[in-house]
Design a protein around this ligand. Structure first.
Ligand SMILES: [Mg+2]
Length: 458
């Protein structure tokens, strides 16, 4: 009999990591390569290196980074294939879709990794395990039978990634809070995400060469060891705390904007409904902004309206919306067919302001934009709204004190985030959100927002 589970022994995240991804895709596309040692290389020359190796090749000690010439020496029969990233990207997209059939993907840390955040009862270990097994099956059924993945289940993203690395191929490992941190004691320091050769050397120089030594440090000791707040974070992550800031930090050069858009349910296709949904999208984006540790200095709003045939014809003659107020971006009225077949016209504007990350300041910017929105007869049936924050500034670069902060808005926002994270997405919200509370897909809670960086459709 298994030990009875402790009631707070819950998982928060699943980390899905495809095994030998590029090599498996090649074996999927070419059945004649299956069950054979195979290497993928970007440069077929002898001096080139492998960027992926099949499990059959790995058994012969051929792995990512092995030189082509050396691979041929170790296995004269090895199948060598030139890499094709557009094919791998397509597979990655299809795998994400397969995973989403089971559980929404919150984050794609790389082309062969997907992170799902678990909610409510999904967090109970038997349910999380069921979801993980269903994900494996969905990938096989929808994308290809040769595609295997290792899944890690853990209370935070950092540990879920570690767990996904603990068993390969086709692994499924859970790290329960009650097993932490001792379940990590057998790892090497280098098994920890973020600990590369240089960090390892630094730790060794400070006398830390094993995981048990690292785990024996208290929080202050970890801070001193890493010489930064990373030490404090790592201290908490290794003990299964979900500090909400372990989302494999996205380099700021990729993250140029953050936002959400939504096609309105038919019952919300009114100016009031659109406002309520925009309000809700803003709230989600603002919370994400803070979780990802950014400030923003710009907010862009997009609204698309469906048109009757007569309206489309008269608007086709073009009468651009006039807008007033402080330097709004040029409003646009174009008649187009939406992909859904809806004849539409769109409007958008961008507001600039002093860097902010609190919901109230951002809401004021949204309201400012919204007042500029056209309200003629052809603008009564909004069917799409988008709210995007651009000009993101990493918190670290934001110089506190440089900008006056009205009231105590940041503190309030952080308190709301904490309550929302703890109790689910609709615990605390501003009144304007109420009509739209049930409109966004129910599985997409504030804490579980699909994020696609550098893309309008977030
Ligand atoms: Mg992988």
């Amino acid at each position: 009999m298994a030990e009875p589970l402790q009631s707070d022994d819950l998982f928060g995240f699943l980390h899905v990591d495809l095994n030998s991804f590029f090599a498996s895709v090649e074996q999927e596309l070419h059945p004649e390569y299956r069950n054979r040692p195979l290497g993928v290389t970007a440069t077929m020359a002898d001096t080139g290196t492998l960027i992926a190796a099949s499990y059959e090749a790995k058994a012969l000690k051929i792995r990512t980074g092995t030189k082509v010439a050396e691979a041929r020496q170790l296995c004269p029969d090895i199948v060598l294939v030139s890499s094709d990233h557009s094919v791998y990207a397509k597979f990655s997209h299809n795998i994400t879709k397969a995973v989403e059939r089971i559980c929404p993907v919150a984050h794609n840390p790389s082309i062969d990794e997907m992170v799902c955040q678990l909610m409510g009862r999904e967090r109970q270990p038997p349910n999380a395990r069921r979801i993980a097994l269903d994900i494996k099956q969905a990938i096989k059924d929808d994308v290809g039978s040769t595609l295997r993945c290792s899944i890690g289940m853990a209370p935070n993203r950092y540990l879920a990634k570690i767990a996904s690395d603990m068993q390969k191929p086709d692994g499924l490992i859970g790290l329960l809070p009650s097993q932490l941190p001792r379940a990590l004691a057998h790892l090497e320091l280098r098994d920890l995400p973020g600990v590369g050769a240089r960090t390892e050397a630094r730790l060794n120089a400070k006398g830390i060469t094993t995981m048990p030594q690292l785990l024996a440090l208290d929080r202050a000791g970890m801070h001193k060891l890493m010489d930064s707040v990373w030490g404090d974070r790592m201290y908490h992550w290794l003990r299964g705390h979900d500090t909400g800031d372990d989302g494999a930090p996205v380099p700021s050069e990729i993250q140029k904007s953050l936002g959400h858009s939504h096609v309105l349910a038919p019952e919300h296709r009114t100016p009031e409904g659109a406002w309520a949904v925009a309000h809700k999208l803003l709230h989600k984006a603002a919370m994400r902004l803070r979780m990802e540790h950014f400030y923003t200095a710009s907010l862009a709003v997009t609204i698309k309206y469906s048109l009757s045939r007569d309206q489309a014809r008269s608007l086709g003659d073009c009468h651009p919306e006039r807008s007033e107020g402080p330097a709004p971006a040029p409003a646009q009225a174009r008649v187009r067919k939406h992909t859904s077949g809806i004849t539409q016209t769109g409007w958008g504007m961008e507001a600039r302001f002093q860097p902010a990350q609190d919901t109230l300041s951002l809401l004021a910017a949204l309201q400012g934009c919204w007042k500029q929105a056209p309200n003629g007869p052809e603008h009564q049936k909004p069917f799409f709204v988008g709210v995007t924050m651009t000009k993101l500034i990493p918190e670290a670069e934001y110089q506190a004190g440089l900008f006056e902060e009205p009231g105590n808005r940041n503190q309030l926002s952080h308190t709301m985030d904490k309550l929302n994270l703890k109790y689910g997405h609709s615990t605390l919200h501003f009144a304007g959100m109420l009509p739209a509370r049930d409109s966004a897909p129910t599985r997409i809670a504030f804490t579980q927002i699909p994020v696609q960086y550098g893309n309008d459709w977030m």
